[in-house]
Design a protein around this ligand. Structure first.
Ligand code: UT7
Length: 332
């Protein structure tokens, strides 16, 4: 019997028009372009402006971009997953609204929330459904409006994060292409180092939480950095070993774009050259759940059928992991 794998067969993206440059950040907090570029690799990021626009605004547009490019009828989609850390609302699924707005009327849908690892973990979810044979077309969107939870007077976080959305379609493949293996991890003892403390069930919104800025992202950057470097590099190395891949076998490393120094350290650990590493952090900053699908969009034209890609991510929770996937199509 031919084994069915889950392959990515189309991509799409949406980026808000507003560009927040390092020069503008210099007018907002005590920082400078040289510090930001040398410490993070970020030159600019996108911000979604406009009242009432949430993460779904970008998720819908990324999905429509994918549908337009691939000429797929949204009615054929079985499942829509929105990977996000910033859902539109707490108790109504962003994915349900997104699916309806794009005309995926035959799909069910849900959000998958796991900070910066949301998209990586959701790749595993989508692939498992496809491999099981239960569903044939799964639209996975990674979208985050990080600007909704950033304190633009806190230089430790406001320089890093940006808004954006990327989408991929997973379909069955019988040529042996698609997702092959994964190593996914969590360690809850890390949650104190990267979190939005209030607004959830543990510390509901109150005048006190607003006054004390508890609805903004708090990050102990140094600690997160240390863990991110060691854990992302570790799982990347492990997934290569597990699949008997040498550094020459790898065509691309698609790593979560949180800090260029973390990506460089991961690449160094497995001895990859610069031309094997996807980078777009300079344009968008850290878009949380959108970094991996935005990389695929930006590099789509360079990707060839059969290319071996290692995905890696690290984020709040702590949560992290690596995925090994082969690319399934050539772009015309
Ligand atoms: O996606 C989720 C996972 N998140 C991450 O992976 C982020 C991980 N962390 C980081 O990327 C880095 O820790 C940061 C970019 C947040 C900070 O870089 P760092 O090299 O760890 O800087 P630091 O916090 O050790 O600060 C070094 C110096 C300090 O000054 P002193 O004490 O040496 O005088 C800071 O006060 O840089 C100062 N500093 C800044 N200076 C200018 C901190 N932030 C800034 C800033 N502009 N924005």
């Amino acid at each position: 019997m031919i084994k069915t794998t889950a392959a990515i067969t189309a991509v799409g993206k949406y980026l808000p028009k507003y560009i927040l440059t390092n020069a503008e950040l210099e007018t907002m907090v005590d920082t400078n372009d040289e510090w930001i570029v040398s410490r993070t690799g970020i030159k600019e990021r996108r911000i979604l402006k406009g009242k009432g626009k949430g993460t779904s605004y970008m998720a819908i547009r990324a999905a429509k971009d994918l549908l337009n490019k691939s000429k797929i009828d949204p009615k054929e989609i079985d499942l829509v997953i929105v990977a996000t850390a910033t859902p539109d609302m707490q108790a109504a699924s962003t994915a349900a609204y997104t699916a309806t707005e794009i005309g995926a009327t035959n799909a069910f849908s849900f959000d998958q929330i796991s900070a910066c690892s949301s998209f990586l973990y959701a790749m595993s979810t989508a692939s498992s459904y496809i491999e099981s044979g239960r569903y044939k077309k799964i639209l996975l969107i990674g979208a985050d409006k990080n600007s909704s939870m950033i304190d633009y007077t806190d230089r430790a976080t406001c320089i890093i994060f940006g808004d954006g959305a990327g989408a991929v379609l997973f379909e069955p493949n019988t040529e042996g292409l698609g997702l092959h293996d994964e190593i996914l991890k969590t360690d809850g003892s890390g949650r104190e180092f990267l979190q939005v403390a209030a607004g959830g069930s543990q510390l509901p919104a109150s005048l006190e939480t607003v006054k004390n800025k508890k609805h903004f992202v708090f990050q102990d950057g140094k600690t997160v950095f240390k863990y991110a470097v060691s854990k992302m590099a570790e799982v990347t190395e492990q997934i290569l070993e597990k699949n008997q891949l040498s550094k020459e076998d790898v065509d691309w490393l698609a790593a979560h774009q949180a800090n260029k120094r973390i990506i460089d350290a991961t690449a160094r650990r497995v001895k990859l050259n610069e031309n094997q590493v996807m980078i777009n952090i300079q344009k968008y900053g850290n878009t949380t759940s959108a970094t991996l699908p935005l990389l695929l969009n930006d590099y789509e034209k360079e990707l060839k059928k059969g290319d071996k890609i290692i995905f890696a991510a690290f984020g709040g929770g702590f949560s992290w992991g690596a995925i090994y996937l082969t690319w399934a199509y050539n772009t015309k």
